[in-house]
Design a protein around this ligand. Structure first.
Ligand SMILES: Nc1nc2c(c(=O)[nH]1)N[C@H]1C(S)=C(S)[C@@H](COP(=O)(O)O)O[C@H]1N2
Ligand SMILES: [Mo]
Length: 247
């Protein structure tokens, strides 16, 4: 009896959410998230469509002052060069030993000028610095200053083709994730090589990590090793985490 009630309530909530989603969908011409067929990621539909409908595409995440910078825990993988961990990556270990002098980031796929960018190459582009709040799905937040090259500059440099719809990121610890072009061209989306006026530390994703200030913390991938531009969504597989988590 009790169980039935709960199920009915859950059903009502889901029906409510679904119709709200439908309403938003009807009132909006933007595409659905690429995960829309995946039942476990149904939450994406609502947040994605609501965000895309209600927020101006380039609305900036709040920026803070230098005095707001807080301590910043390192979570998830904290060193892919650590051979005692199952995230160990031999290539990363080698690059790290040489202080990332040999690191470079290939950018391939639906682009007219594929290339690989060393740290020095990335640092030749005009840099962007901002102080923002990072929100982790585990329930903590922290404020830091990030410096890097806007992803938009790199995408312009490689010349993305008209068919491009997603930017996919690959990491030395095996993570794969992607964002759509609205977030990719957002002015605060950067390939960050600096944190709090220092080189990015290994624990925070050295030498270069993504910063996507419009979404939750796990979208800001550390230890970048490749970027691809595609017209089809590269599914990171069943991570148990939503693909779109706008904040
Ligand atoms: N490659 C990679 N990127 C990652 C992670 C990770 O484990 N590996 N963790 C994510 C999560 S859950 C968070 S909260 C932030 C943590 O960044 P930090 O270690 O600099 O605090 O990185 C995100 N990016
Ligand atoms: Mo996180």
């Amino acid at each position: 009896m009790e169980k039935k009630k709960i199920i009915t309530r859950r059903k009502a909530i889901i029906t409510g959410l679904t119709s709200l989603g439908g309403l938003l969908l009807a009132s909006c011409s933007r595409p659905l998230p690429p995960t829309y067929k995946n039942i476990l990621r149904m939450g994406d539909n609502l947040t994605y469509v609501a965000h895309r409908a209600l927020l101006p595409g380039q609305a900036l995440a709040k920026e803070y002052n230098y005095s707001d910078i807080s301590s910043f825990p390192a979570t998830g993988t904290t060193n892919p060069g650590d051979s005692s961990k199952d995230t160990f990556n031999e290539t990363y270990e080698r690059l790290q030993k040489n202080n990332f002098a040999d690191w470079s980031l290939p950018i391939e796929g639906s682009v007219s000028r594929p290339g690989s960018y060393s740290l020095a190459d990335l640092q030749k582009f005009p840099a962007r610095t901002h102080i923002t709040r990072h929100t982790c799905e585990e329930g903590w937040t922290a404020i830091a200053q990030w410096t890097g090259v806007p992803l938009s500059s790199i995408l312009q440099s490689v010349g993305i083709l008209p068919s491009a719809r997603f930017i996919n990121f690959y990491s030395y610890d095996g993570w794969i994730d992607s964002i759509d072009l609205l977030d990719a061209f957002h002015p605060q989306t950067i390939l960050a090589y600096g944190m709090n006026n220092r080189d990015l530390l290994v624990q925070h994703g050295a030498p270069v990590r993504l910063r996507v200030e419009t979404q939750i913390g796990y979208k800001s991938m550390k230890y970048l090793n490749k970027i691809t531009v595609t017209n089809e969504f590269v599914d990171p597989g069943d991570t148990g985490w939503a693909w779109y988590v706008g904040i």
